[in-house]
Every structure is written in C-alpha cells, then in structure tokens.
Design a protein around this ligand. Structure first.
Ligand code: FPP
Ligand code: MG
Ligand code: MG
Length: 417
C-alpha cells in the first residue's frame, strides 16, 4: 500500500513538535549572565536543517506502540518531563559505570552493523547487514502513535549536543562563517565559544538526566565522547612507511578505514545512538529489533550525510553552504573525493602526507581531485549508504513516519547545502 500513497513531507509530519523544540531552546539555555545567554543561544537563532530532531521524532512515531514496554514507558514519560524549564541543579553524573563504546551493550564494536564498515574497503559496502524482522507483525499502523514528551525532549537534547559541537568545531577549524552569518568565534571570540559550547553541553546533560532513563543517558553520553574521538581521529596524519613511493593498496585501504571510522564518530554516531535512544524511550526492550533498526538507519544515514558534506566542500561556494567552501584541504584534511583521486593520481600521496601545507599544495590537490572521478565515486558511496539506510527500515510496519524516513534517505543525497 505504501507504493501508491504520495510520499509525505518529513517536516510537515512533525511540524508542531519541531517548532516547539525550537521555541523551547530559549528556556533550556537561559542564563542570568547576558554574555553567556547570547552565545549559548546564538546557533539556535538562525534557521537550520533540524535533521537530527527530525530523525528522532520520526523514529519515535514509526516505532511507538510496537515495543513490549510501550505502556510502561507511556505512563512514566509525563512525569519524567515535569521539570518545565525552571532551575537547573548542578549535579554531575556520578555513576561509576558510565559506559563507552567498548561496552558490549552499545553495539558499536559488535559485528552486527559494522561489517562492511571498518573491516572492508568501501567497494564491499553491500555486505552491510539488514536486521531480521523476526519479532515484527506486518500490520500497518492506522493512526500515528503519539510522540512521548521524553522523546520530544530527546530530540532537543540531541540538537543541543550538535550545536555545542559546532561551537567548538568553529574554534578548531577557525571558521568565520556558520549558517550564513558570522560564526560564534568570529562574533564572540574563541574563549566564549568554547565556554558557550560547554554550557550548552551542561544544559543538555541536565535535561538528559531528567529523562530518567539510564540507557538513553548512556547512549547520548557516549556520543559526546565519540564526537571528540572523531575529531582526534581527523587530526591524525595519513601514515605510510614509504612516504616517497607510490601508495600501496594497504596504505590507501588503511586511510579509508580511518576516514570512515572518523565519519561515524563525528557525524553518524549522534544520529545512530540518538535514534536508538528514541526507541528505548518508547519502550522497546533489549533484544527487540526496532533498536537495531534505529541504530543501523542512523549510522548509515549519518555516513551518507557526511560523505555528501565532504563532496559539497569541493563543489559549493560559501553563499550556497552558509559556511566556507573548500575548507577541508585548507585544514589539511583528506576526505572521500581526495582518497579516491589518490588511486588515480599517485602524485597526490606526498601532499596528503604533509597535509597540503606547502605553497601551492591546496590548489594542486584541488585540480587533481577535480580531474579525477573522486567526487563522482564519493557520491556513489554516499548513495550506497543512503540506500542501506532505507533498506534497514524494512522490518518496520508501514506508516507515514516510515515513508518519511525513506524520503530523508533521498534528500540527504540530493541536498545542496
Ligand atoms: C562539524 O564537522 C563538526 C562535527 C560534526 C563534530 C565536532 C566535534 C567536536 C569539535 C568535539 C567537541 C564536541 C562537543 C560535544 C563539545 P566539519 O568541521 O567537517 O563541518 P563544518 O563544515 O560544518 O564545519
Ligand atoms: Mg571540523
Ligand atoms: Mg568545521
């Protein structure tokens, strides 16, 4: 039946929630200190894609009611959000077992959706796993289930974590532009941007604690660590034992592995674990397939999203992007297009190793990438990940929200900014 229905507009489906989320940032980020207040809210004042909240709200809508724990979660969720936006106590996480990615309960290091990711070169991505639909009935959902207040708050928390990372990112990247206007460090300076980012992260953490769900808390807390890990991985040089000889396949393969791992950490982790946390808040118990579906969708979509971001950095100008184009080579970064180009133009090797830091390196590298099929092949890889994101949705019963999640996998590839 889903084939004959018109495709829903993802934003229209959760428009009231998205606008409420936007309005409430002002309350969640309020501070008596005007300087801090301004910087904390700065990146929320401009229109943004709101992709992460969208994903969380739609996953909630597509899966609520399906999990065994749905009724219990529904009963407790109103109470969990009772805080309003009044005061925020300064309590830090004290659990000694705050989990990270190496804990088996969080599936990053399991083989489930990792196969074809870090263990194989990109041409083998078709080996990615699709969850089985063993615990799923094929009935359609008649009316869209409610989105719980906790899930709406989660969508907001995830956007706050994202904004906090941008406040820091624009310092690290020395970027003057974000969302079509002066970046936070450009407008307020580096010190306030770093402090503002920490403040946003603090408020997000408080809101997260108030959801009262240890597993959702662990998932999002581990994302914050992932974002930093991704950033550190990105700073790593491409290593080769023989710097002056043509790149061996193993050197290129290793560079690809690190690049895709970094891409997961810095972008896809928030989408994967955010979507999974939404399903957890909706009452899906351990072992129910919807959690794995959410994680796999977010992971594949997030990698596709970042691959397209890395293409746009080569293709688009500042005014289309709302941020500086051509930034990656300037920052010394070798992304998908240049990794593919390296296979076709071995002379890129020395430039990659020295992070394009000699006069003329950036220009030469850009020319070689443009002459190569690097951008086109990166687009193909992004498409493969986006298709995979669509395919992993198969176990979900048909609904408008599911159809909207499918639409997002197309839009991520088509986007121009
Ligand atoms: C944007 O990437 C940046 C990220 C996706 C993550 C940045 C993470 C950190 C700076 C670690 C600190 C994290 C927290 C939570 C405080 P980009 O620079 O490639 O994209 P851009 O072109 O949009 O700047
Ligand atoms: Mg960056
Ligand atoms: Mg940046």
């Amino acid at each position: 039946a889903s084939q004959i229905r018109p495709k829903p507009d993802p934003f229209a489906l959760v428009a009231p929630q998205l606008s409420r989320i936007r309005d409430e940032f002002v309350h969640l980020l309020g501070s008596a200190h005007p300087g801090l207040d301004d910087i904390a809210k700065y990146y929320f004042l401009r229109p943004s894609k709101q992709l992460r909240p969208l994903l969380i709200l739609l996953f909630s809508q597509a899966t609520n009611g399906l999990g065994k724990g749905w009724h219990a979660k529904k009963r407790t969720s109103d109470q969990a959000c009772r805080d309003g936006h009044a005061e925020y106590l300064d309590h830090s996480l004290s659990r000694s077992d705050v989990l990270n990615d190496w804990n088996p309960r969080i599936p990053d290091k399991t083989t489930l959706f990792n196969s074809g990711f870090s263990l194989h070169p990109p041409q083998h991505h078709s080996a990615l796993h699709i969850p089985s639909s063993n615990s799923v009935t094929s009935t359609s959902l008649v009316s869209p289930p409610v989105i719980l207040p906790t899930q709406e708050r989660l969508a907001q928390i995830v956007e706050m974590v994202h904004a906090a990372s941008l406040l820091h990112d624009d310092v690290i990247d020395e970027s003057p532009l974000r969302r079509g206007t002066a970046s936070a460090p450009e407008a307020f300076g580096n010190k306030l941007s770093v402090l503002g980012g920490n403040f946003v992260l603090g408020r997000a953490s408080t809101a997260l604690a108030r959801l009262g769900d240890p597993e959702a808390t662990e998932l999002i807390a581990s994302v914050i660590a992932n974002l930093v890990e991704g950033e550190i991985l990105q700073m790593q040089e491409v290593h080769s034992a023989e710097r002056d000889t043509p790149a061996s396949p193993s050197v290129v393969k290793n560079a690809w592995t690190i690049y895709l791992q970094k891409t997961y950490m810095k972008t896809a982790s928030l989408m994967a674990k955010g979507a999974r946390a939404a399903v957890v808040l909706g009452g899906c118990a351990e072992g129910e397939v919807y959690r794995e579906v959410a994680y796999a969708y977010g992971r594949n979509l997030g990698i596709a999203f970042q691959l397209v971001d890395d293409i746009l950095d080569y293709e688009s100008a500042d005014d289309a992007l709302g941020k500086p184009g051509g930034a990656d080579l300037q920052l010394g970064l070798t992304t998908g297009p240049a990794l593919y180009a390296w296979e076709e133009y071995p002379e890129l090797g020395p430039l990659i190793y020295r992070k394009f830091n000699q006069p003329g390196d950036v220009e030469l590298a850009r020319d070689l990438v443009r002459k190569s099929s690097g951008v086109q092949r990166t687009r193909g890889l992004a498409l493969a990940y986006a298709n995979q994101a669509r395919r992993v949705l198969e176990p979900l019963p048909d609904s408008d929200a599911k159809a909207a999640l499918e639409v997002i996998t197309e839009r991520v590839i088509k986007r121009k900014s």
